[in-house]
Design a protein around this ligand. Sequence first.
Ligand SMILES: [Zn+2]
Length: 106
Amino acid sequence: MSEENITNTQNAQPKADGQNQENTRTAKPFAKKRFESRRKVCKFCAEKIDHIDYKNIQLIKSFTMDSGKILSRRITGTCAKHQRQVTQAIKRDRNLAFLAYCLPKK
Ligand SMILES: [Zn+2]
């Protein structure tokens, strides 16, 4: 791979560049490594919050989508313990009409 790249750049021909791009597309294991996954940290563990208050609507709202869905742990990065508390708080807020159960798509 590296030798081909060097030869392509030395030639500096548009045709050679096109071939080079095709090579990178086919090489999928290299494409995956391009984006390094940043380690997600639980927001509540970082701030050392033991209990999530359902009355803190601004905070809890940040863990829901615009449509009202609860964001997954995979997206927000919260740990299992705090995710359970977040879902509990969201469901409590929905029942108290602080948050929406679901909103229609625009
Ligand atoms: Zn946590």
